[in-house]
Design a protein around this ligand. Structure first.
Ligand SMILES: C[S@@+](CC[C@H](N)C(=O)[O-])C[C@H]1O[C@@H](n2cnc3c(N)ncnc32)[C@H](O)[C@@H]1O
Length: 269
C-alpha cells in the first residue's frame, strides 16, 4: 500500500502548509518578515525561537546580517535535523535543539528576544509564556504570532465533520488554545506591555484538492496510531466532502486572520 509522506514527517506537513499559503494567500503576508520588523533587533541580541520548525525564521534573521546568538528549539526531531542540515550546508551560524517549549533548557535571563510563531496554540500556553519570561533578560522582547479562532471556517468545518465521523482518531493533545481572541489577555499576565498588530488574509482554494491537501497537512493533530489504510479512508471521505464544498471549476475563499504580538519584560525585574 502506498505510504503517505505526511503520515510520518513533520517536515513534509510543514512544507505542504507553507506551499499552500505561499501559493493561495489572498494578501500574501510574509509573517516572518513582519515578525522580524517588530522584533527591532540590536545587532548582537541573543534570540531564542521557540517551536522553530525547519529554522526558516532563524535563517531569515541571520540572512539580514544579524550577529548575535541564534537558537531554535523544537520538540520534533524531524524538523530540528532538517534545520541543522540546512544550517550546515549553507554555513549559517545557528544552533538548533530538540526541546519542549514548556521546559526550556536555558538559565534565567539568557536572551534579549524570544519568538514563538504559530506555536503556542498547540502547547500549554501558560507554561510556555512563563518559560519565555524566565529565559528573557530584563528589558527583553517577545514576538508571538497566532491565528484568530475564526480562521479557516471551511477547513474547520471539514475537520469537525471528520472528527464527528471518525471521532476516535482525534488527538488528545488539543489544549485550551491560544488564539487572538484570548492571547492578549493571557499575555498581559506575563509581560509588562503587550502590543497587538492584526492582519486580515484568506486562502483562495482554486479547487477541492487544495483543501484536501491542507487537511492532510494537519495530520499531526490526529492520533499517532492511525494506519495508512485508515488515513486513506479519512482522506477519501474528506475529498468527497470537499468536492461538495468546492465544486469542480469552483472557487472558495477561507478567511484567515492572524495577529503578531510584541511584548516586553520590564527593566529591573
Ligand atoms: C506551525 S509550526 C511553526 C514553525 C515555525 N515557528 C514557523 O513559523 O515556520 C509549529 C512548530 O511548533 C512545534 N511545537 C509544537 N508544540 C511544541 C512544544 N510543546 N514544544 C516545542 N515545539 C513545539 C512543532 O513541532 C512545529 O515545528
Amino acid at each position: 500500500m502506498e505510504q503517505h509522506p505526511e503520515q510520518f514527517s513533520e517536515c513534509v506537513r510543514l512544507e505542504m502548509r507553507k506551499h499552500i499559503h505561499q501559493t493561495y494567500s489572498k494578501n500574501g503576508y510574509d509573517y516572518y518578515e513582519i515578525a522580524y520588523e517588530y522584533l527591532d533587533l540590536n545587532p548582537y541580541d541573543d534570540v531564542l525561537d521557540i517551536g522553530c520548525g525547519m529554522g526558516e525564521f532563524i535563517f531569515k534573521i541571520r540572512n539580514k546580517g544579524h550577529m548575535g546568538r541564534l537558537i531554535g528549539v523544537d520538540r520534533s526531531s524531524d524538523v530540528v535535523e532538517r534545520a541543522r542540515s540546512v544550517a550546515d550546508k549553507r554555513e549559517i551560524g545557528a544552533d538548533f535543539r530538540i526541546g519542549s517549549a514548556e521546559h526550556l533548557d536555558f538559565p534565567a535571563s539568557s536572551f534579549n528576544c524570544v519568538t514563538a510563531l504559530h506555536v503556542i496554540t498547540n502547547t500549554d500556553p501558560r507554561k510556555v509564556l512563563s518559560e519565555a519570561g524566565r529565559v528573557l533578560k530584563a528589558g527583553g522582547r517577545v514576538v508571538i504570532a497566532t491565528n484568530s479562532r475564526m480562521s479557516y471556517p471551511i477547513l474547520q468545518e471539514l475537520k469537525e465533520k471528520a472528527r464527528e465521523r471518525f471521532g476516535w482518531f482525534y488527538s488528545t493533545e488539543w489544549t485550551e488554545g491560544f488564539e487572538t481572541e484570548i492571547a492578549n489577555e493571557v499575555l498581559r499576565l506575563y509581560f509588562s506591555s503587550v502590543e497587538e498588530f492584526r492582519f486580515e488574509d484568506a486562502l483562495e482554494y482554486p479547487d477541492a484538492e487544495v483543501l484536501v491537501d491542507l487537511f492532510r497537512s494537519n495530520r499531526g493533530l490526529w492520533g499517532k496510531d492511525i494506519t495508512v489504510a485508515e488515513w486513506d479512508r479519512i482522506v477519501d471521505w474528506v475529498r468527497e466532502q470537499a468536492i461538495e464544498l468546492i465544486p469542480e471549476h469552483g472557487y472558495a475563499e477561507d478567511p484567515r486572520n492572524f495577529s503578531i504580538f510584541r511584548c516586553a519584560k520590564p527593566l529591573g525585574l
